[in-house]
Design a protein around this ligand. Structure first.
Ligand SMILES: O=P(O)(O)OC[C@H]1O[C@H](OP(=O)(O)OP(=O)(O)O)[C@H](O)[C@@H]1O
Ligand SMILES: Nc1nc2[nH]cnc2c(=O)[nH]1
Length: 177
């Protein structure tokens, strides 16, 4: 990768951990006495999902769906969401929570909501670690949001640029020189 960028620290590892705990507690309280079916959106949500499930106290199953719309060396959506790999189980009568790393234009979640709601889950909610409302193009809202952030391209904690930076434990703003 060409090194025409630098990373500006944005959300510290400790702050992410604290927020994930809070989200887990909120979800556990809301679904007390019920079971959950969490669907992670690959690849970005994989680290968030792994941490979040360990903070949820109700019985749950986990599955993943893989979609992509930001491809290559770009910080802009292609506008076309491609389904790469579907969920392995039916959703009927399940309390589904779709787990995302970020809602930006909202095109990915809007596509997924339409795709999954017709499978008749008992309930359907969205949990996103980050929300960038300034860039919204689709009318979509997550019920559980970790941090509302400004219009900056962020990486780390599962979020990539051209496939890189997902392994960083903190979230940084990607700036170009
Ligand atoms: O609200 P939107 O503008 O649609 O953007 C949000 C989506 O963009 C990223 O996915 P990406 O297409 O980069 O795939 P990835 O998760 O594999 O990195 C991110 O993980 C979200 O799924
Ligand atoms: N890595 C990354 N992916 C995104 N997809 C949509 N917005 C973003 C962002 O800010 N960072």
């Amino acid at each position: 990768m060409k090194e025409n960028y630098y990373l500006e620290p944005f959300i510290k590892k400790e702050d992410i951990q604290k927020k994930v705990k809070e989200l887990g507690k909120m979800i556990s309280e809301d679904y007390r006495g019920e079971e959950l079916f969490l669907v992670g959106v690959l690849k970005g949500s994989w680290i968030f999902m792994a941490d979040l499930v360990r903070e949820i106290e109700v019985p749950l199953e986990v599955s993943f769906i893989s979609v992509s719309s930001y491809v290559g060396e770009t910080t802009k959506t292609s506008g076309v969401v491609r389904l790469l790999c579907d969920i392995d189980k039916p959703l009927s009568n399940k309390n589904v929570i779709l787990v995302e790393d970020i809602v930006d234009t909202g095109l990915t979640l809007s596509y997924l909501k339409k795709l999954l709601e017709v499978r008749k889950p008992k309930s359907f909610k969205i949990c996103a670690l980050l929300d960038k409302p300034e860039r919204r193009m689709a009318d979509i809202k997550a019920e559980y949001v970790g941090f509302t952030i400004p219009d900056e391209f962020v990486v780390g904690y599962g979020l990539d640029y051209n496939g890189y930076f997902r392994n960083l434990p903190e979230i940084s703003i990607l700036r170009f020189k």
